[in-house]
Design a protein around this ligand. Structure first.
Ligand code: NAP
Length: 322
């Protein structure tokens, strides 16, 4: 089969399209014929050797995909060849990939393979932050950084569906229209404006109740500054670099809560996964959550796709089509 592989960590061009053996299905796992592999910003960290999970060289990136089951390992129940699924795992930039049965999400008919590839990581991360790490209530104000990105576009819609007022930040005015179309009531260009001052102005000085921050160094501290009393800042990434060390006494000033989020803690809990998946699909079916596929790339163009997501020019979800 064809797969993307890198033999050394580094920039996008370390990734090459190669011919490798199709993986044999193993007990407890299924093999997927991949129709679309999701690109995540974290894949760029993985390729650089800077992610939580380190590559075992030569390795293949890709943490999620959607496609059809073509083989089922011993001991797997309730899954069969021919089923349309999405899944979280490893080595998904390939024509075939193995996934643990407990990380498989059967796809409803109304969800395309591209949307399926946009679902497990970005959609569930947004849903769990808003409804599990935080308990968003109608009338709260949510500030979503990188609002036009993969997680951002989904998070704004999920927050909106829960009755929130949504403020999105983007790094260029060209993303304003997309951010508004996908749920932002207000949009701030945080490259040209001080987003904390703008957020305070837009909330009449009250501040925001929830801040979803995967940018890190340039935004984290200012987020605390524009949080409302009892506000909550969730740090779930570091696209702009790791934030400076937090002086916890700063949290006293307005009884602010800071927390971290990583999807693995939620995906390890099957009841939570079932709930987040069902609720997110229900929002999609109701038309309240639309997954924007910003661009599809042929598998061989994985380097171009990585350059694009790192350029800050992409919107929505990027997918690879093997
Ligand atoms: N903790 C978790 O479980 C989890 C799960 C999924 C994603 N994440 C994190 O969530 C973030 C978004 O992930 P995604 O896959 O949906 O990517 P994405 O938002 O589609 O793309 C990354 C975005 O980050 C923004 N950004 C800010 N500073 C940047 C910088 N210095 N260099 C490049 N981009 C920068 C850019 O938007 P603007 O320039 O408009 O701000 C860019 O479009 C990432 O940080 C990712 O690691 C975490």
């Amino acid at each position: 089969m064809k797969a993307i592989q890198f033999k050394e960590v580094g920039g996008p061009d370390v990734m090459k399209l190669v011919e490798v053996a199709t993986p044999e299905v193993r007990p407890g796992m299924v093999r997927m014929r991949v129709h679309a592999a999701g690109i995540n910003f974290a894949d760029t960290f993985f390729r650089e050797g800077n992610y939580l999970i380190k590559p075992k060289l030569p390795d293949t990136p890709g943490m999620e995909a959607a496609g059809v089951i073509d083989a089922v390992g011993a001991g797997v129940e309730g899954l069969a060849p021919g089923m349309r699924i999405a899944a979280v795992g490893l080595r998904a930039y390939a024509e075939y990939a193995l996934f643990h049965a407990n990380q498989v999400i059967p796809l409803p008919d109304f969800v395309s393979f591209e949307e399926g590839a946009a679902f497990p990581i970005q959609t569930l991360t947004a849903w769990f932050m808003i409804h599990t790490a935080h308990h968003l209530t109608p009338g709260q104000t949510v500030l979503v950084h990188s609002a036009a990105g993969g997680v951002g576009i989904v998070a704004m819609q999920i927050a909106k569906a829960a009755g929130a007022r949504v403020i999105g930040t983007v790094s260029s005015d060209s993303k304003f229209a997309i951010a508004r179309q996908y749920g932002a009531d207000e949009v701030i260009n945080y490259e040209t404006h001080d987003f904390a001052e703008e957020a305070k102005r837009l909330t009449g000085g009250k501040g925001v109740n929830l801040i979803l921050d995967a940018v890190g160094k340039p935004t984290f501290d200012k987020g605390i500054a524009c949080a409302a009393p009892f506000g909550h800042v969730i740090l779930y990434g570091r696209a702009g670099g790791p934030p400076d060390k937090l002086d916890v006494f700063r949290l006293f000033e307005k009884s602010v809560k800071v927390s971290g989020f990583v999807l693995y803690t939620a995906s390890a809990n099957h009841d939570l996964m079932r709930e987040g998946t069902a609720q997110s699909f229900a929002l999609m079916k109701a038309g309240q959550l639309k997954l924007l596929i910003g661009q599809s790339f042929p598998l061989a163009e994985a380097p171009a796709a990585h350059r694009f997501i790192q350029s800050r020019g992409s919107v929505g979800k990027l997918v690879l089509i093997p």
